[in-house]
Design a protein around this ligand. Structure first.
Ligand code: KIV
Ligand code: ZN
Length: 533
């Protein structure tokens, strides 16, 4: 345990807490794709889900444990409430992993005890102790979280932690569940725990925090200074409400300012050794993958991974950077894997060149994925003479996205312009193979296309977000469309990329409707099972 105390452990919860944000629901294959990339990124622990929550969650945790939880891979963790059935299910789900962890939690703040749990402090103390001991019967690696620790009475927090550690918790995680604390307060909570929990030297102190006041990353860095050695974070900071602490921000803060943080970890001040095991060159790719698969766009000015994060617009800055990069840059874009956007391939490039460049960019595709992506590449290369690295990434991300293949878009045709009524015709193939054609008039070409698609698929929904982003500059750039739609309080997203933004818009919409359609089919099947029993 002491060896890890000298560095920071990165616990990624993109697939559990991150997936809890509206509309970010991922299917099993998408979760697996992200988990594999998280392993390449070098995270220490992947919280792969909440196994008890649904059969789908259970299957996802199990599959990730089987395929990513190898001997030299990350620890695979499942969340579990402090209840026997949750813990047992979590234990079953992580079983295939070489290294598995159960993360169990119960709330400790007065407000949660009174209104949510309706339990006394002594009842919570007993449950925490009993459930940690129960989890320990399945694995040595048990993490315990007192939920809403940020608003819990310190003396009670110390008691719960002491009992959990005595029962076998090897990590105690301190969540600022509602994102309420300030950095100095959060640091003081960690210091208080170090000073007042007698057996704290037997566990790693972890932190978990939400970004309701935009303070999660700052809170974590203060926690590190006070003894926290595990950080629970998500890619792009996605998560419940305002999200979780962003992995890329924490990792790069600890990297760029390592000389500031070194002494807090007992290292020589000028040690160059990174404080985490993260391969920073994988950060940008992981960010793009998570954004594409969850449909959660990254704001352009987002630290580290936003499209403007390394752009210099003002003349004074550009002049300074040309003379010496360090005048206005505290880190090199290549550090996070932001490659120069080189023009690499064209319409005559073959499959081998395509595969080789993808490998150089760090994408290992299966044969089926490669075949699909190559067909797309050829289609795009026909329209766009020069294909750059960023185009390749857009093609690959689009192809490996796993929206259910139910309705297929076969044709989109629009007529629009000044003094014209935007009209669209679409052809879709139904899951049963039938070809359906319809047409509609709209306020603009995209509206017309969406109305035409609605006439075919006919599932009530409300479009709540529509965004188009260009992958590169230039009139022939690939446009990426992300949409979100709502059906009875559930949000579904769709994403697609094409040089024609009307086609991308149509495909993104069909992808979102396919997710919605699959959800409804699933619901119907479950109701059928209940009725048959
Ligand atoms: O925010 C929170 O408190 C959590 C716990 C389950 C750790 O996500
Ligand atoms: Zn959380």
């Amino acid at each position: 345990m002491n060896t890890t105390q000298e560095r920071i452990i990165i616990f990624d919860t993109t697939l559990r807490d991150g997936e809890q944000c509206p509309g970010a629901t991922l299917n099993i294959d998408e979760k697996l794709t992200i988990a594999k990339q998280l392993a390449r990124l070098g995270v220490d622990i992947i919280e792969a889900g909440f196994a008890f929550a649904s059969p789908g969650d259970f299957e996802a945790v199990t599959k990730i444990a089987q395929l990513v939880g190898t001997e030299d891979g990350p620890v695979i963790c499942s969340l579990a409430r402090a209840r026997q059935e949750d813990i047992k299910t979590a234990a079953q789900a992580i079983k295939p992993a070489a290294k598995g962890r159960i993360h169990t939690f119960i709330a400790t703040s007065d407000i949660h005890l009174k209104y949510k749990l309706k339990k006394t402090k002594s009842e919570v103390l007993a449950i925490a102790e009993e459930m940690v001991a129960y989890a320990k019967t399945f694995t040595d690696d048990v993490e315990f979280s007192p939920e809403d620790a940020g608003r819990s009475e310190p003396e009670f927090l110390y008691q719960v932690l002491e009992r959990a550690i005595a029962a076998g918790a090897t990590t105690v995680n301190i969540p600022d569940t509602v994102g309420y604390t300030t950095p100095s307060e959060f640091g003081a909570i960690i210091q208080g725990i170090k000073e007042n929990v007698p057996n704290i030297d037997k566990a790693i102190i972890s932190v978990h925090g939400h970004n309701d006041l935009g303070l999660a990353v700052a809170n974590f860095l203060e926690a590190v200074k006070n003894g926290a050695r595990q950080l629970e974070c998500t890619i792009n900071g996605i998560g419940e409400r305002a999200g979780n602490a962003a992995l890329e921000e924490l990792v790069m803060a600890l990297y760029v300012r390592r000389q500031y943080f070194n002494p807090f970890l007992g290292r020589p001040i000028d040690s160059e050794k990174p404080l985490t095991n993260i391969d920073t060159r994988q950060i940008y790719k992981t960010s793009r993958l998570v954004s594409n698969l969850t449909g959660m766009l990254v704001q352009p000015n987002k630290a580290i991974v936003g499209t403007n994060a390394f752009a210099h617009e003002s003349g004074i800055h550009q002049d300074g950077v040309l003379k010496n990069k360090l005048t206005y840059e505290i880190m090199d874009a290549q550090l996070i894997g932001l490659t120069e956007n080189k023009i690499v391939l064209g319409k005559h490039s073959g499959r081998n060149a395509f595969r080789t460049r993808l490998r150089e960019l760090g994408y290992e595709l299966t044969d089926t994925e490669l075949n699909k992506a190559f067909v797309r590449f050829k289609e795009i290369a026909d329209k766009k003479k020069e294909i750059s690295d960023w185009d390749l990434e857009a093609i690959v991300n689009d192809e490996i996205q796993q929206a259910p293949d139910l309705f297929r878009l076969e044709l989109v045709q629009v007529s629009c312009g000044d003094n014209a009524r935007p009209t669209a015709t679409v052809t879709l193939r139904t899951p049963e193979g039938e070809e359906l054609i319809d047409a509609a008039i709209g306020t603009g070409p995209v509206d017309a296309v969406y109305k035409a698609i609605n006439r075919v698929i006919n599932v009530p929904n409300q479009l709540i977000e529509f965004s188009v982003q260009s992958v590169t500059a230039g009139i022939d750039a690939i446009g990426e469309v992300t949409i979100r739609l709502k059906h009875e309080n559930r949000v579904f997203f769709g994403h697609a990329a094409n040089t024609d933004i009307i086609v991308a818009s149509a495909q993104a919409y069909v992808n979102a409707l396919n997710r919605l359609y699959a959800f409804l089919q699933n619901q119907q099947q479950q109701q059928q099972v209940v009725a048959n029993n």
